[in-house]
Design a protein around this ligand. Structure first.
Ligand SMILES: NC(=O)c1ccc[n+]([C@@H]2O[C@H](COP(=O)([O-])OP(=O)(O)OC[C@H]3O[C@@H](n4cnc5c(N)ncnc54)[C@H](OP(=O)(O)O)[C@@H]3O)[C@@H](O)[C@H]2O)c1
Length: 326
């Protein structure tokens, strides 16, 4: 039985907890093992300890597990999981924004590829700096909130990087994915795009339209770069920046989140910050921008390996969420 310690506000916190862990990089999610005795992380002055309620998976989780960026990664053993939604159970001495009992969400890793945390969100408890978190919008469930941070922050940062603004047109490559679903919604409902086009396979075209796409392009039937229409911006969430350059107007911009990048397209890696979530709050609370959950989920904690295997197919429609976490 784990020894329990009481925090200052007398929330009982165990010393060890249940988590999914891999001890070495692997070829698949099979390296992921359930461990009931992972130490609960100690928090630093600027961190809070979160009782995790829901976690969502991102491609970076499995790319990390496969060792794609092992040179800049923190070494295994690793508890994966960037996105979290949960309840604050302990606060560091310099934390000012949050108190015990607050419902928060965020992407735990400020720099996705640079020493991401050894203990992520696929655990009962996880720690994060207050600057990467925001209060959970009251209208969203923990599952919905957990689905958002990394994907929606990436969508927003990319639109900012190309100085997207009202009246501009945009083509979104990979419109049905975690990031693409949010690029469509933010471009249309927050930035005021004049026209939003997006690519997906045949069965996913109607969902694109319901998110706000004016034009849904079936990439299995036509090449977007052959369309007569050109766009002010192409947001590439697939890794097609070479083709994307052929779909922009003269003077237009291409931003990609998947390398290799073909200049003059630009690429960036997300910086996680709660500030973006705070900016998006009115749009989330009003329902103008909605979480998009893959219909196969949420996956219970015991099915985390299956959730990873599904995400790795690159066919997810929206976000893959793990819930409940015990
Ligand atoms: N640089 C960064 O900071 C950053 C941040 C977040 C994500 N990323 C990267 O961005 C990529 C997308 O992330 P995500 O979370 O959106 O992934 P995701 O949710 O796994 O994306 C899955 C979606 O991609 C669509 N798709 C696959 N191939 C496609 C194609 N050729 N054309 C159009 N759609 C296609 C699929 O739709 P269909 O089934 O219809 O094909 C599916 O709905 C990943 O490689 C991820 O690592 C980078």
């Amino acid at each position: 039985m784990a020894a329990a310690v009481a925090s200052s506000d007398s929330v009982s916190i165990p010393s060890v907890n249940k988590a999914w862990v891999y001890s070495e990089y692997g070829k698949s999610a099979d390296v992921l093992k359930f461990d009931p005795n992972v130490p609960v992380p100690e928090i630093k002055e600027d961190q809070v300890l979160i009782k995790v309620v829901a976690a969502s998976l991102n491609p970076v989780d499995f790319k990390r597990m496969l060792g794609y960026f092992k040179d800049s990664d923190s070494s295994p053993p690793t508890v994966p999981g960037y996105d979290v939604a949960g309840v604050v159970v302990k606060v560091g001495s310099r934390v000012t924004k949050f108190k015990v009992g607050d419902e928060v969400y965020g992407d735990l890793n400020e720099k996705a590829l640079d020493k991401p945390k050894k203990i992520g969100s696929l655990a009962e408890y996880t720690a994060a700096e207050e600057r990467v978190l925001a209060l959970k919008p009251k209208n969203l469930s923990f599952v919905e909130a957990a689905s958002l941070p990394l994907a929606i922050e990436t969508a927003y940062e990319g639109l900012e990087r190309v100085e997207f603004s009202a009246g501009k047109s945009i083509l979104v490559l990979g419109g049905a994915g975690g990031v693409g679903t949010h690029v469509i919604q933010l471009a249309k409902h927050m930035f005021g795009a004049s026209k939003v086009a997006a690519t997906a396979s045949t069965k996913k075209l109607d969902p694109l339209r319901s998110l706000g796409a004016d034009l849904a392009i079936d990439y299995t039937k036509e090449n977007f770069e052959d369309l007569p229409e050109k766009f002010d911006v192409v947001y590439d969430a697939v890794g097609q920046s070479d083709r994307a350059l052929k779909a922009v107007k003269e003077g237009g911009k291409v931003v990609t989140i998947v390398g290799p990048v073909t200049p003059p397209a630009i690429i960036f890696i997300l910086t996680s910050t709660g500030t973006i979530l705070e900016k998006l709050k009115p749009y989330l609370e009003s329902g103008k921008v909605k979480p998009v959950l893959d219909p196969t989920g949420p996956y219970p904690f015991s099915k985390t390996v299956e959730a990873f295997a599904y995400l790795e197919t690159s066919r997810a429609a929206g976000k893959v969420v793990v819930y409940p976490i015990p």
